[in-house]
Design a protein around this ligand. Structure first.
Ligand SMILES: C[S@@+](CC[C@H](N)C(=O)[O-])C[C@H]1O[C@@H](n2cnc3c(N)ncnc32)[C@H](O)[C@@H]1O
Length: 265
């Protein structure tokens, strides 16, 4: 648990990176974050498991793409480093893998060292930026130095778009990143949904989170599938996070997240 807030961080405003960190069992969170995390857990079942399932999906997807030959990853909405960060998973398979991490929570920067511990053959970079401003990321010198945009790049948008409101045009943002990478690139995406839940659980969730000072927009499978416009979904398509790429032993826990991986045409 953090006792005093690092420079640039307001500990009184809950932030998704720290709420998620709490659910994953981390210690980089404040009272305000824990309140939101606990209140959500108390109101609805399976939220913490869902966070863990989401993280496990990230690892499986990175491993899968690395085996397919992908060597470059742009990880948008990185989160506080935890076990199985993108470069660790990718470089375990392919030491020459290159990863750029992006997050807008200054607390993630405090852990940049953990994100930058690359193999000698590979490369990692971290930039603090807002995914709602694609040009600031795609034109960033560190991004350009680390990634070669003439070669396939895996765009990682794992549990991030649910923090982007409709007013910020999440589909337009995905397109902006997708337009910057060549054919044969990939989109790895997971997203909060209420589709799998009984109506009462979904209503309880909306009620419990309505007044929380942390923005989340659950979306339907149909809405989320549209983010893959221009991509061919790999098997098994858009499914619950725990069921990608295979139905998992955890599949009977309540499902809160969709996941999919698409290949750019
Ligand atoms: C739920 S966490 C997901 C972390 C990681 N992608 C994973 O799935 O394990 C969401 C992350 O997105 C970051 N985030 C939210 N809105 C963002 C924005 N507009 N720009 C950049 N990062 C953002 C948060 O700080 C947080 O670290």
């Amino acid at each position: 648990m953090i006792v005093s807030a690092p420079h640039g961080i307001n500990p009184n405003i809950p932030h998704s990176a720290r709420v998620y960190d709490y659910w994953l069992g981390g210690k980089d969170n404040f009272e305000a974050d824990r309140r939101v995390a606990e209140a959500t857990m108390a109101a609805v079942p399976g939220v913490r498991e869902s966070a863990r399932n989401n993280r496990a999906f990230l690892g499986r997807a990175v491993r899968h793409l690395t085996k397919l030959g992908v060597r470059q990853f742009l990880d948008l909405g990185t989160g506080i480093p935890t076990q199985g960060n993108t470069h660790e998973v990718a470089q375990a398979e392919a030491p020459d893998a290159r990863v750029v991490y992006v997050d807008n929570d200054p607390i993630v920067m405090n852990h940049a060292r953990a994100l930058l511990s690359s193999t000698p053959e590979g490369r990692t970079a971290y930039i603090e930026a807002d995914v709602r401003d694609p040009r600031s990321i795609l034109d960033h010198p560190q991004v350009r130095e680390t990634l070669d945009f003439t070669q396939p790049v895996a765009l990682m948008m794992v549990a991030i778009l649910m923090h982007i409101s409709d007013a910020d045009d999440p589909a337009g943002l995905v397109k902006a990143y997708a337009d910057a990478v060549p054919s044969g690139s990939y989109l790895v995406l997971s997203h909060l949904t209420l589709d799998f839940l009984p109506k009462k659980t979904a209503d309880d969730y909306l009620e419990a989170t309505r007044h929380q000072a942390m923005h989340r927009t659950p979306r339907t499978g149909e809405q989320i599938a549209r983010y893959f416009d221009g991509f061919d979904l790999l098997e098994p398509g858009l499914v619950a996070v725990s069921a990608w790429p295979e139905p998992s032993v955890t599949s009977d826990t309540p499902k809160w997240m969709y996941a999919g991986v698409g290949r750019k045409r």
